[in-house]
Ligand binder design. Sequence first.
Ligand code: ATP
Ligand code: MG
Length: 394
Amino acid sequence: MSSLPVIIPKDIDKYFFNRKKEIKQINANLSLLDANIANQLLITGYRGVGKTFLLKKILNDQPNKYLTAYIDLSKVYAGQKGELTEEEVIKEILNKINKTIEEDDKTFNKIKNTISNFINQLKLKDYDLSNIKLSDIELPEIKSNYLKLSKFAMKLPQIIVDSSEDIKGFIIVIDEFQLLKSLKNPEAFFWLIRSYTQEQFNVSYIFTGSVSQTGEIIRMINGQNGAFGGRMLQFNIDPFTKDQTEKYLNERLPSLKFTDDGFERFYSCTRGIPAYINSLSSILPTDVKCDEELIKEKLLLNVDQIVIMWLYAWGTLSSIEKEIIIFMVENEPVTWALLYNELNYAKSTITKYIDSLLNKGIIEHTFDKKYILSDKMLKTWLEIKYENDGIYPA
Ligand SMILES: Nc1ncnc2c1ncn2[C@@H]1O[C@H](COP(=O)(O)OP(=O)(O)OP(=O)(O)O)[C@@H](O)[C@H]1O
Ligand SMILES: [Mg+2]
């Protein structure tokens, strides 16, 4: 291998490294579907830590008896210009379930009648499902009956499992789930899913996204008074340790060499986050031993390339969110009161945008109720930009 991928590669197994423990843990919970125990999972972790890659690997490796569907809400969100609606989310879930069963003709033919009957039972007369297309089954029209649509979508996976001897479970991953926070009523949506999962013994949902473990949305879905009330199994995916990082690079990019202090600097820059490990190593020379100075210099010159995953995210933030982040770059750790006193916004505005940044996993609480930036590389990027250009990125 001559370089490491900066996006999720098609050939998963060629590039995927380790995560043996996490895979074992997650699979152990999913494999209970066979015994009619459907666990619901919540997987958190820093941006770029490898949640999506890990789940793609896990879905990819499931035995045939489990069907899987992967839903990326950032795609729905982008298509909707940032106004996520329940209907669009449900439609996307339906589309992906459909894609899964379409791929498997044998299974699909077996379950076709069951699905048709189910549709008739629901009498989705006033629905226009024209842009959903469930293979060659004719769907009635939908207009505005969201409840019927959601009932159909939420019941479908269990019905599919029940209609075939060979299928023992359905695993549905909802990635970037923190975006559900932008629904008009995210709590109602979580309760909806909860109400159906309660009576389904062979469907596991996995929610994942870059959200801090203490974010409001985590409480909403799995907190004491949240829809799942702590019943969701929560895993946090950690960055690679120093040892793992070293092994990873030795194994996958042996041409890259470090002095001792060079490796220390590399690890403290990337903090073991694979997205940064891959992007930083891609701009380092392989014909010399990289030392601390060289890494500092390369980082300074190529910072945009390294924070590539933030360039898009930064563009989607509101001006108040950016103002809070920039204030924190210069002043963190900060208290709520300090933000309120220094930034000149109404109390409710400050609270609203702090919540929003917590939900996006951009800031987090410290144990003493202060706020810090979750990602030091984001901070480094903003500092370098300011130093180079005299202003922060717009
Ligand atoms: N186990 C791994 N082995 C090799 N590379 C990895 C691994 N995990 C992640 N990466 C690399 O890091 C990049 C980021 O991973 P991924 O997109 O899965 O992160 P994420 O946690 O889903 O981030 P986000 O919160 O932004 O969605 C991937 O494109 C991949 O190149
Ligand atoms: Mg991801």
